[in-house]
Design a protein around this ligand. Structure first.
Ligand code: FES
Ligand code: FE2
Length: 409
């Protein structure tokens, strides 16, 4: 039940980051509820019989492409006794067979094979009323927008197109404007609640303060032009930054006397930051979030999706999928690979993020009376033309609180 009041969240009770009952309710209301969860890029499953395993919240799932090109998705849990049916991250198979007792399923998740179904020499096996049709894998709705594949467990939820909404679609279209090509993956396991990363990625405040590489080498500074765009529910967001002139930015940083500006540093290999203009409008950084767990990232020429996968109240996994375009020339392909070093678990500008979420988790441990403080840029939760604001965090929590029936004091 969504509470009718929409008080804007400026305090977040710490217990939402570690309470096991709240975590269980999130799985039900968010991940298995009326939302679409990103699971793959279509270029990960280009051919008939391709598949990829992924997650809907903490539930393991499989996405397949059938012989007719259509996408299917199902929960990766054998109808016999619950084992994972598909144990590889990706591949190409005409059928999926559970290793435990070898029940097998077609690409739509229908049960098509059961060993010793009639027993041996009339003994054992299943009875005459055994119905393979009633024992398939649990199917999920699957749909794609601009090459991004999403699933939902809710048969009633709005279309994916409407779920993403008019404020967010143009920014997805800006990046996913032609066929993509997968460059690789990184995965990291973080000992913190998944919502701390959902906050981190919506938070322009820390970007220029925590990540010294950003500001030292001018990839991102709070003095840059930019702002945030929110959708009308507050659950999705788009953060963009564009360059002012070098002189303007450097002067404003020196004037502010922050630890973040270090004139004496230079890169041993400056080609790391040699970029090519390619997207319109041109932005140095664009970070888009689609609730609940997708991040779309463009930083210079490095493009990636990030999946936030909850792993219990106190842990999440972060999966980066790096991509370019199918028609990339050699030069831009090399730039993307080199700039992949900026992000991921050991990235020059993102290795601090996992750690930052862990030290929050450590700091708030079992604090059931405290709350975080989110009033940077005021107490509204609207789109804004500056980056010194926590408006997109307030918007996230306002939506979350209504969904979860949480009423912060
Ligand atoms: S658990 Fe899958 S076949 Fe038995
Ligand atoms: Fe960050």
């Amino acid at each position: 039940m969504i509470a009718p009041d929409a008080a804007i969240a400026t305090r977040v009770p710490y217990e939402v980051y570690f309470d096991a009952d709240i975590y269980a309710r999130e799985q039900e209301r968010i991940f298995r509820g009326p939302h679409w969860t990103y699971v793959a890029l279509d270029s990960e499953l280009p051919n008939p019989k391709d598949f990829k395993t992924s997650f809907l919240g903490d539930t393991p799932i499989v996405v397949t492409r059938a012989a007719d090109g259509e996408l299917h998705a199902f929960i990766n849990k054998c109808a016999h006794r619950g084992a994972l049916v598909c144990r590889e991250p990706r591949g190409n198979k005409a059928t999926h067979q559970c290793v435990y007792h070898q029940w097998s399923y077609d690409l739509a998740g229908n049960l098509i094979g059961v060993p010793f179904r009639r027993g041996i020499e009339g003994k054992g096996g299943y009875g005459p009323d055994f119905d393979t049709g009633a024992l398939g894998l649990t199917k999920l709705r699957v749909d794609a927008y601009s090459g991004l594949i999403f699933v939902t467990a809710d048969p009633e939820v709005e279309s994916l197109f409407d779920y993403i909404g008019p404020q967010m679609r143009p920014w997805i279209d800006r990046v996913y404007r032609k066929p993509t090509r997968i460059l690789g993956y990184t995965r990291q396991f973080v000992r913190a609640n998944w919502k701390l990363y959902a906050e981190n990625i919506r938070d322009p405040y820390h970007a220029s303060l925590l990540h010294l590489f950003h500001t030292t080498f001018g990839i991102y500074r709070s003095s840059q032009g930019g702002g945030i765009i929110l959708d009308e529910t507050g659950r999705h967001s788009f953060l963009r930054a564009f360059k002012r002139t070098e002189a303007e930015e450097t002067e404003s940083y020196k004037a502010a006397d922050l630890r973040t500006y270090k004139e004496e540093y230079s890169l041993e290999d400056p080609s790391l930051l040699r970029s090519r203009a390619e997207l319109t409008p041109e932005l140095t950084n664009s970070i888009q979030t689609i609730f609940p767990g997708l991040v779309l990232q463009q930083i210079a020429n490095t493009l990636a999706t990030r999946q936030i996968v909850p792993k219990g109240p106190n842990a999440y996994e972060l999966i980066f999928t790096y991509f370019g375009y199918a028609d990339d020339d050699d030069e831009i392909a090399a730039i993307r690979l080199k700039q992949a070093n900026l992000v991921g678990p050991g990235g020059y500008i993102s290795m601090e993020d996992g750690y930052a979420t862990e030290i929050v988790q450590q700091g708030i441990v079992e604090d059931r009376s405290g709350a975080s403080f989110m009033e940077l840029g005021g107490t509204t939760n609207e789109s804004d033309e500056n980056l010194i604001t926590e408006a997109s965090l307030r918007a996230f929590w306002t939506y979350y609180n209504r969904l979860m029936d949480i009423h912060a004091a």
